[in-house]
Design a protein around this ligand. Structure first.
Ligand code: ADP
Ligand code: MG
Length: 475
């Protein structure tokens, strides 16, 4: 018998490599070391407990097939988990431990799947109850550069994205922060960068994740005492794309962990791409050290697309959907929906739906009705004027009073509430809110938001105001 642990494992790797994505191979199989072969049991060393669970969750089948090919039906696989916290530990090679004992070493027979209940899922991408969720890149291939139409409004961000995609980690755009109002293409562009990188560098580990999901995963990890595994997972990524980082505001634990991950990636020449609905200067409750990191690279803004770009976006969408629509209707929509590409597309989609559903022809009149609906909805949802009206109605005062310079307490409170809701329900910057609500500066608005936060947690009556107005604004 000339088989050694190494030779058996190398053969397994050849087989596995042929059967899974190169990225997954690199991430999950290259770091494994074959340690020993006794009878029909191959022991492999994996870098962490998290790693072991990931393999069990996702690759146990292929591991079994590969190993059976090499060692026959009685093949067994033994995981040896390298302890991260033991320095210079020279004896991680224990084989058997009581199964109830949670320690760093586990042996596992491949053909008996682990009992799900006794095992915590450390892979932050596993949604409990849903099996076989793959890590992959979480990228949406429909969001490409090709269908991200260029215009003055997005030229800088788009070309920076292209530059990053052709040389991830190798440009001065690291991190690349794409910011802009809702519906202007941040998520699309973020995916496009990832998709392009995967295309050019299939071996790179790319990961797209929303800041919200990242936060949830982090909270879960902390709950389960896996903080280190969580960090480890993110530190092995080559291109990390985090969408909507403004979501991290006020969440200091998540900010802290992200700070460490960011530093590690950056120091190792890995690319970080971030999106946000505001410029770094307008971000609230984000730690200074993190904000300063955001500014290391390039912040590129997505602005409202100009008329020509809006027309091309619409035409491109129609073309891709195989729909023909008269130019005057396309122009009409493009003229009237100006500040949100998602709504632009939404209007076209509902126009097509309406006309096919009611077997009506697409007419300018129909377009008018639909556009009006879209424009009205947004106005009510986002306008600071509307918020001021609702707040002043609620306190039975007029808007001029609300905006006035008076220091009377109930008027000051109403004004602060208006500012607070403007911050909460619109994407306007502090400065712009201030200028629209009685010509105040951004510090006043910031102070107002903090005051409302404080009062609503200490003052019952005040909390009721907040709740009532929230209801009125969300109907
Ligand atoms: P955000 O993340 O900024 O809110 P999204 O990326 O979700 O915006 O974009 C909203 C919609 O508009 C998506 O369907 C996206 O494909 C589309 N879109 C935005 N900008 C463009 C563009 N320049 N070209 C084509 N489609 C665009
Ligand atoms: Mg988005």
């Amino acid at each position: 018998m000339s088989k050694t642990a190494k030779s058996v494992w190398n053969n397994c790797l050849l087989f596995i490599k042929d059967n899974i994505q190169p990225q997954a191979y690199k991430t999950w199989f290259e770091p494994i070391v074959a340690v020993k072969l006794t009878d029909n049991a191959l022991s492999i060393q994996v870098p962490s407990k998290f790693f072991y669970e990931w393999l069990e969750e996702h690759y146990v089948k292929i591991l079994k097939v590969a190993l059976t090919k090499e060692l026959g039906e009685t093949a067994k696989l033994v995981y040896i988990i390298k302890m991260e916290n033991t320095y210079g530990n020279k004896q991680p090679f224990t084989e058997k431990i009581p199964s109830s004992h949670r320690t760093a070493v586990k042996s596992q027979d491949v053909d008996i799947p682990l009992n799900n209940k006794s095992r915590e899922l450390k892979n932050p991408f596993i949604i409990p109850g849903i099996r076989n969720v793959k890590i992959e890149s979480q990228l949406n291939p429909n969001y490409s550069f090709e269908n991200f139409l260029e215009g003055d409004s997005n030229r800088l961000a788009r070309s920076a994205g292209l530059a990053v995609a052709s040389k991830p980690g190798g440009t001065s755009f690291n991190p690349l922060l794409i910011f802009g109002h809702v519906g202007l293409g941040k998520t699309h562009l973020a995916h496009a960068i990832g998709v392009d990188i995967k295309d050019k560098y299939p071996e790179k580990t790319v990961l797209y994740i929303s800041a919200e999901k990242f936060t949830q995963q982090y909270i879960e990890a902390v709950k389960k005492n896996n903080r280190n595994d969580f960090i480890h997972f993110y530190q092995i990524i080559d291109v990390l794309i985090i969408d909507d980082v403004q979501f991290l505001s006020g969440k200091s634990g998540t900010q802290d962990v992200f700070f460490h991950i960011f530093n590690h990636l950056h120091q190792n020449g890995k690319q970080v791409v971030l999106t946000s609905d505001k410029a770094p200067v307008d971000m609230q409750d984000i730690e200074q050290r993190l904000l300063s990191r955001f500014k290391w690279g390039l912040s590129a803004e997505l602005q409202n697309p100009d008329f020509e770009t809006r027309v091309s976006i619409l035409k491109n969408k129609l073309y891709r959907d195989g729909v023909i629509m008269p130019d005057d209707i396309v122009d009409y929509i493009a003229k009237n929906i100006k500040s949100n590409v998602r709504e632009l597309e939404g209007a076209i989609i509902s126009l097509i739906a309406q006309s096919s559903f009611n077997k009506k022809e697409v007419t300018l009149d129909l377009a008018r009705v639909i556009v009006e609906k879209f424009v009205k909805n947004t106005k009510r949802e986002v306008s600071i004027d509307y918020i001021q009206k609702v707040v002043s109605d609620y306190f039975q005062m007029d808007i001029e009073t609300l905006q006035s310079k008076t220091r009377k307490r109930h008027i000051v409170q109403a004004r602060q509430l208006a500012m607070f809701f403007a911050k909460k329900f619109t994407k306007a910057s502090l400065a712009s809110i201030g200028s629209q609500i009685g010509k105040r500066d951004h510090a006043t608005v910031l102070h107002a938001c903090k005051t409302v936060d404080n009062l609503s947690s200490t003052d019952k009556q005040f909390r009721k105001y907040v709740e009532d107005i929230t209801k009125k604004l969300s109907i």
